[in-house]
Design a protein around this ligand. Structure first.
Ligand SMILES: *[C@@H]1O[C@H](CO)[C@@H](O)[C@H](O)[C@H]1NC(C)=O
Ligand SMILES: *[C@@H]1O[C@H](CO)[C@@H](O)[C@H](O)[C@H]1NC(C)=O
Ligand SMILES: *[C@@H]1O[C@H](CO)[C@@H](O)[C@H](O)[C@H]1NC(C)=O
Ligand SMILES: *[C@@H]1O[C@H](CO)[C@@H](O)[C@H](O)[C@H]1NC(C)=O
Ligand SMILES: *[C@@H]1O[C@H](CO)[C@@H](O)[C@H](O)[C@H]1NC(C)=O
Ligand SMILES: *[C@@H]1O[C@H](CO)[C@@H](O)[C@H](O)[C@H]1NC(C)=O
Ligand SMILES: *[C@@H]1O[C@H](CO)[C@@H](O)[C@H](O)[C@H]1NC(C)=O
Ligand SMILES: *[C@@H]1O[C@H](CO)[C@@H](O)[C@H](O)[C@H]1NC(C)=O
Length: 423
């Protein structure tokens, strides 16, 4: 009965019990983006390790939040495009009282924003379209907490659209947790007249830096401290606008606008929206911005010891995988993206059951560790990782759009990035 879904506000070491009732007419799973489930991978909510919850049934997840603090979110994961229909909510893992956070506790408290692209067609229509070999095409809009744009311009936004209004007190500082829950669109996030002090991303405290705007890609989560330090002569625009869209004329339509309302505000927001980065196609801007984010290695994490006391440089890497994504192409009449030439197909027997009961022929442990230049195919091919090993993964994006990767149940550390040349 709530949208976004109920927030999970928990503290390190808590045991979380979530009873999920599936009132859809198709199977459902929830995945807990970014949370690690090292000892019980079936809590990840991924088909293969967790049986989907059948329509009309319920299932209780139970896991302990350990070794991680920060901002995460949950969303449906059993069938493609479920998330396009909603079903997501925020996860906050707080520090224990004995562990200090590396900034003064924000006196305004927490605010959570979900930004994402939106299609008017239902998730089933979208799925049917892909299954019939037709690309999804451009989304129809960008939502903020499920609501459409404030009417900042009469000719661009139709009347009577419900929009999100964020109520704040002047002078206070808020921790704003922003998640891109969309299907495929990178969004630039900004607030008119206010700086975003980045303090945390994906459960790691960062070196604190001010940004006037931030590119947030699908699946990413950021915490900013925002101080209500402007005069309240007006309300202010909160904007999430599409990046790297193929049709530049679509950007106006793909702009989500919410309202930041001071309790003593004198009037509605006015003026032009705060400017997006100059060049819609400037991927270098986005990459350089990502590179400007540094881990604060002297800040605490889930434990009092600084995050930097782990010596990642000394880790023995056991497996190296080069994963190359290719643009979708028709395989057996369906439009499918591939990694190293393989498009995963879920078997009817879940992977973990096949492994537990030694059922032969369900999956192959032969996922190649580099692109093979073979004809693309669908297969149930699985990476043979080394138990307790440390894997280095190189993602090469040979598709024509931005790709996000989500490693269910694992945390990982970016050690490098760059452009590569296709010869
Ligand atoms: C989350 O929990 C913490 C600690 O229990 C509490 O201080 C805080 O007010 C809660 N936040 C929200 C948004 O409920
Ligand atoms: C289903 O929900 C009911 C009512 O909340 C609860 O008693 C029961 O334990 C749940 N079953 C499972 C498998 O989670
Ligand atoms: C890093 O964390 C430390 C410890 O909490 C804090 O004092 C310092 O201000 C932080 N540095 C930056 C650049 O954010
Ligand atoms: C509204 O948008 C249109 C189309 O981009 C533009 O021509 C017009 O100047 C805008 N109006 C205002 C008041 O900004
Ligand atoms: C960030 O911006 C705010 C307000 O503009 C300012 O008060 C603060 O000192 C800045 N912090 C840093 C670390 O630059
Ligand atoms: C409030 O700030 C705006 C923008 O900086 C400025 O134009 C306006 O004059 C200010 N109003 C008051 C009452 O200080
Ligand atoms: C998977 O890797 C282990 C060693 O880590 C090896 O013993 C085993 O033969 C491999 N399995 C397959 C099917 O290649
Ligand atoms: C990567 O994409 C380019 C452009 O689509 C294509 O020409 C090239 O063959 C691809 N490289 C590989 C290794 O598939």
């Amino acid at each position: 009965g709530q949208f976004p879904g109920p927030p999970l506000n928990v503290t390190t070491n808590w045991n979380v019990v979530v009873n999920v009732r599936n009132a859809l007419d198709e199977p459902l799973l929830l995945t807990w983006h970014g949370l690690q489930h090292r000892k019980n991978s079936w809590q990840d909510g991924v088909t293969g390790t967790n049986c989907p919850i059948p329509a009309g049934w319920n299932w209780t997840y139970q896991f302990q939040v350990k070794d991680q603090v920060g901002s995460f979110f949950y969303s449906p994961s059993a069938l493609p495009l479920h998330r396009a229909a909603g079903g997501y909510g925020g996860i906050v893992v707080n520090n224990r009282d004995v562990v200090p956070i590396p900034f003064p506790f924000p006196d305004g408290g927490d605010l959570t924003l979900f930004i994402g692209d939106w299609y008017l067609r239902s998730h089933k229509d979208l799925r049917r379209s892909l299954d019939a070999g037709t690309p999804l095409g451009a989304p129809d809009g960008v939502l903020i907490n499920g609501l459409g744009p404030y009417r900042y311009n009469d000719s661009l936004v139709p009347p009577a659209i419900a929009y999100e209004r964020i109520n704040v007190e002047p002078g206070r500082t808020y921790r704003l947790r922003v998640h891109n829950v969309g299907v495929s669109t990178s969004l630039n996030f900004r607030i008119q007249g206010h700086s975003l002090l980045l303090v945390e991303t994906e459960g790691s405290y960062t070196s604190q830096q001010n940004y006037s705007n931030m590119d947030i890609h699908v699946g990413q989560s950021y915490s900013f401290l925002v101080t209500m330090d402007q005069n309240a002569s007006t309300d202010y625009y909160v904007v999430a606008s599409a990046r790297f869209v193929t049709d530049p004329g679509a950007v106006d339509k793909l702009t989500g606008v919410a309202i930041l309302h001071y309790s003593n505000s004198q009037g509605p927001a006015s003026g032009p929206l705060p400017a997006a980065p100059d060049d819609q196609y400037d991927t270098a801007f986005s990459i350089n911005q990502a590179r400007s984010i540094r881990w604060n290695v002297t800040a605490s994490g889930a434990r009092p010891n600084p995050q930097g006391s782990f010596h990642y440089g000394d880790i023995t890497v056991t497996d190296v995988y080069l994963l190359q994504s290719q643009p979708p192409e028709l395989i057996d009449g369906q439009l499918r993206s591939t990694i190293n030439g393989i498009s995963y197909i879920a078997p009817s027997t879940p992977l973990i059951l096949a492994q537990l009961f030694n059922v032969p022929g369900v999956f192959k442990l032969d996922f190649p560790n580099h692109p093979m230049n073979r004809l693309p195919k669908v297969d149930t091919s699985v990476i043979n990782g080394t138990y307790k090993g440390f894997m280095e993964i190189i993602f090469q994006n040979n598709a024509t759009t931005v790709q996000s990767y989500h490693l269910d149940g694992y945390a990982f550390f970016v050690v490098g990035d760059g452009l590569w040349i296709v010869d």
